[in-house]
Design a protein around this ligand. Structure first.
Ligand code: ADP
Length: 383
């Protein structure tokens, strides 16, 4: 049976892009979001206003939906448990989400599944400085090390890189010695990502592996497909299959990876939702990640994840100033690039670093022009 009315916890651009895919599938979308100004409000069929982690508001949402899914990790698992017990259908399920929302716990879970991850340990809350200094040493890692907030980090917020013990101790103490994830700095050759989906009957669809390019820990560009060897590609597909079949989750997942200079693949993080590295699928694949999420959670068969062109480059349009205008002239120029697809999220408060939209340019033939296209977009946007 297909569940037609889908609730989404969150009203950002990911929910908005899901809403655009809903009509063609005969689904309707209701979003739970804190304000009428969020990108998904104009696109959704209905809106429930309230904080995303307010479970009482989710109870109202549940009355209007057949199934509830997610667009971010600001999930109040404990608050939602009673609703699940009353029979509210969450996809992915709360059990699926439990090992994934806390970055340290997620690392432990991935390691238990036998998946390759960077070396890591927990910084316990309130641990004294001495213990902190011995942690990295015991693990015999060299500095730099990476420290991450265990929950609610996104776009690199909550991820800090330390070049020495002194800098690490000082910042951690200034933060009040919270519980955090401590891990080795991976001198990656490239960052890769893959979107993978599992349907209600257990079928799995894995999208092409892409290269992601971050600046200041924020994704700027995605190149699809990544220029990688067949062996790296198969390792990543195997990681996606192992993860989804072990977790038995229903929904779309974004898997972020490091490729080391020695050709080793490590899983950095898995997001239990659609992901920025999969935005190119809207214009370049037979089924977008947003349609796939709807197909999975409503119980429809999954669509094909195959590229319908030779490749694509996606560039995020990040805010670079506090602006009142809507960048109309720049958007027009970007839209004139051949085979460009411009997506504008309609956010009301552009500010530096905020994701305001993205452009995807498709290509046929050689891969070598991808960087040049991305450079062209960046110079039109940031000049
Ligand atoms: P978020 O969940 O906020 O996106 P991530 O853990 O993905 O945070 O980190 C953001 C970026 O920081 C990564 O894409 C990568 O460029 C860099 N980074 C994160 N962890 C490491 C690491 N262990 N070694 C090297 N770089 C890292």
């Amino acid at each position: 049976m297909s569940l037609k009315r889908v609730g989404v916890l969150g009203g950002g651009q990911l929910a908005a892009m899901m809403a655009s895919a809903a009509e063609a599938l005969g689904s309707s979308l209701v979003v739970q979001t804190p304000s009428f100004e969020k990108p998904a409000v104009a696109k959704a069929d209905d809106v429930v206003i309230g904080a995303v982690d307010d479970a009482e508001v989710t109870a109202q949402l549940a009355r209007r939906c057949d199934v509830i899914t997610f667009e971010n990790e600001f999930i109040n698992l404990e608050g939602l448990m009673p609703l699940a017990k009353q029979g509210v259908c969450f996809r992915p399920s709360l059990e699926n989400l439990a090992p994934l929302l806390d970055k340290y716990r997620q690392r432990c879970y991935l390691q238990e599944l036998g998946l390759p991850v960077p070396r890591f340990t927990a910084l316990e809350a309130g641990g004294e400085g001495k213990k902190l200094s011995s942690l990295a040493k015991e693990a015999s890692w060299d500095f730099p090390v990476v420290v991450k907030a265990r929950r609610h980090g996104y776009d690199g917020q909550g991820t800090l890189i330390f070049k020495d013990q002194q800098a690490l101790s000082k910042t951690w103490e200034d933060l009040g010695c919270p519980a955090m994830l401590l891990e080795e700095f991976v001198p990656f050759e490239r960052e890769l990502a893959v979107i993978a989906a599992r349907g209600a009957t257990g079928e799995i669809a894995v999208y092409p592996v892409v290269e992601t390019q971050q600046e200041d820990q924020v994704c700027h560009r995605v190149i699809a497909p990544a220029a990688i060897s067949e062996s790296v590609n198969s390792q990543i597909e195997a990681i996606a299959h192992t993860f989804l079949s072990q977790l038995q989750a229903v929904g779309v997942f974004g898997i972020e990876l490091f490729l080391t200079p020695a050709g080793e693949v490590l899983v950095n993080e898995i997001a239990p939702r659609t992901h920025n590295s999969g935005h190119y699928t809207l214009d370049a694949c037979e089924t977008s990640q947003f349609e796939q999420q709807l197909r999975a959670v409503t119980g429809l068969p999954l669509g094909s994840p195959t590229l319908h062109c030779d490749g694509a480059v996606m560039v995020n349009l990040l805010g670079y100033e506090y602006a009142q205008h809507d960048y109309a002239a720049k958007r027009e120029k970007l839209a004139q690039i051949p085979k460009a697809h411009l997506h504008w999220y309609g956010k009301t408060e552009p500010r530096p670093g905020r994701k305001l939209g993205h452009v995807t340019v498709l290509w046929e033939g050689q891969h070598s022009g991808a960087e040049a296209i991305a450079d062209q977009i960046s110079s039109l946007w940031y000049d």
